[in-house]
Design a protein around this ligand. Structure first.
Ligand code: UD1
Ligand code: UDP
Length: 368
């Protein structure tokens, strides 16, 4: 590329986008690129600490968040509010990550302004348009819009090729593992204890759950499973930082708010959450990012979803797809707690989601 300083824009809306774009932003700054960081405000409390942790300075702030709004309203707000920034800032590339409404809205607005889009974490698919919802459709649409596609794994690159996307597709690993590597390095010498830990001798089952497919009855079943597990295994505790989505908060507080060995926490800052992952015995989650991070710590990852867009972990034997029924969750956790051989089978040496240096590879492929 030419000698002029390239102007690049990153658009961030939610917690995982911050964690997964931060390493790329830091690497871009280290190369003295002209970096603009836009936050849409889709998440606020769950975003600001992450930007602060990685020392990311925001150039422009939008204001798209409102409780209980529809996906159409959210998408429309992202489109409308980001458009003027293309005129004002004149970026030459827009980086978006993953499959959120922020990523789709900003990619579409960039296309309308003829600004090429770089898609980070391209090619994840379940092939079920309603699971995860709306993310499966969001990332397909972004795949159609983007000019550069950075697939975390060969499986995701193959998904793109199958859809006829063959130009500018590269496999780099997931930048989330870069984030984890950077975070682990920063907290290496921090030996402070978890303020919320109940008893050091309890086995911690670390839980997160927020996906829209699990709202309502599945989440009720999931909570019933948690009660059954802690009541049966008195040497366990459940630590559950609860997502701020009101649909999740209300139900979880109602069902699980009163058990001495279930700790409902506010969403944790990244280093605190990483420390909990290190300490925990089992990870029980419907999160995408945690499925990628779990293998780094060699912990069993039990996935409370009917289908997963991260099949690599299941294929490698570091994760198991459990679903969201009470019986299946109880049965999988029971096995992980009682069958040592099964527990150890999750401890594989390689993380299928990358080596923690995806950002460097991405910038190199882009000639930046
Ligand atoms: C969003 C993404 C999802 C991603 C997840 C990561 C979409 C459609 N969904 O899901 O892909 O996996 O983030 O966490 O883009 N809220 C707050 N404060 C916050 C965050 C959320 O109050 O900091 C509340 C708001 O009432 C908001 C609601 O949670 O309306 C839902 O948030 P939203 O971003 O729409 O969807 P998520 O379920 O968080
Ligand atoms: N995470 C965190 N604090 C929490 C829960 C999760 O820092 O209380 C981190 C987690 O380590 C992972 C990311 O948030 O990097 C995953 O975000 P989330 O589950 O919201 O989104 P998804 O990955 O499902 O899109």
């Amino acid at each position: 590329m030419s000698n002029h300083t390239k102007k690049i824009m990153f658009c961030i809306g939610t917690r995982p986008e911050a964690i997964k774009l931060a390493p790329l932003i830091l690497a871009s700054k280290a190369r003295n690129l002209d970096v603009q960081v836009v936050v849409t405000g889709q998440h606020h409390e769950m975003l600001v600490p992450f930007l602060e942790f990685f020392k990311i300075q925001v150039t422009d702030r939008l204001n798209v968040m409102q409780a209980h709004q529809s996906l159409s309203e959210l998408t429309a707000k992202v489109l409308m509010q980001i458009q003027p920034l293309f005129t004002k800032n004149k970026p030459e590339l827009l980086f978006v990550q993953g499959d959120t409404t922020t990523a789709l809205g900003s990619a579409l607005a960039a296309f309308y302004e003829k600004v090429p889009v770089v898609h980070v974490e391209a090619g994840l698919r379940t092939q079920d348009r309603y699971s995860p919802f709306p993310e499966e459709m969001n990332r397909k649409l972004i795949g159609g819009i983007a000019e550069y596609h950075f697939a975390p794994t060969e499986t995701s690159a193959e998904n793109l090729r199958r859809e006829g996307i063959t130009q500018n597709v590269w496999v780099t690993g997931n930048t989330g593992i870069d984030g984890l590597r950077i975070c682990s390095e920063i907290i290496k010498n921090d030996n402070t204890d978890h303020p919320s830990a109940t008893d050091k001798n309890l086995k911690t089952i670390l839980v997160t759950c927020h996906r829209r497919e699990n709202h309502g009855q599945p989440l009720e079943n999931i909570c019933s499973a948690f009660l059954e597990i802690v009541n049966h295994f008195e040497d366990t505790e459940i630590v559950f930082p609860v997502h701020l989505n009101p649909k999740v908060q209300t139900l979880v507080q109602q069902k699980l708010g009163n058990h001495p060995r279930i700790k409902l926490l506010k969403p944790l800052d990244y280093p605190d959450f990483v420390k909990w992952m290190q300490k925990s015995h089992i990870l029980l989650t419907d999160s995408g990012g945690i499925q990628e991070e779990g293998p780094y710590f060699k912990k069993p990852i039990l996935v409370m979803r009917e289908s997963t867009d991260r099949p690599e972990g299941v294929a490698a034997g570091v994760a198991e797809l459990v679903g969201s029924s009470r019986e299946k969750i109880v049965s999988a956790v029971t096995r992980a707690l009682t069958d040592e051989k099964y527990y150890q089978s999750f401890q594989k040496s390689e993380n299928p989601y990358g080596d923690g240096f995806a950002s460097e590879k991405i910038l190199k492929h882009l000639g930046l």
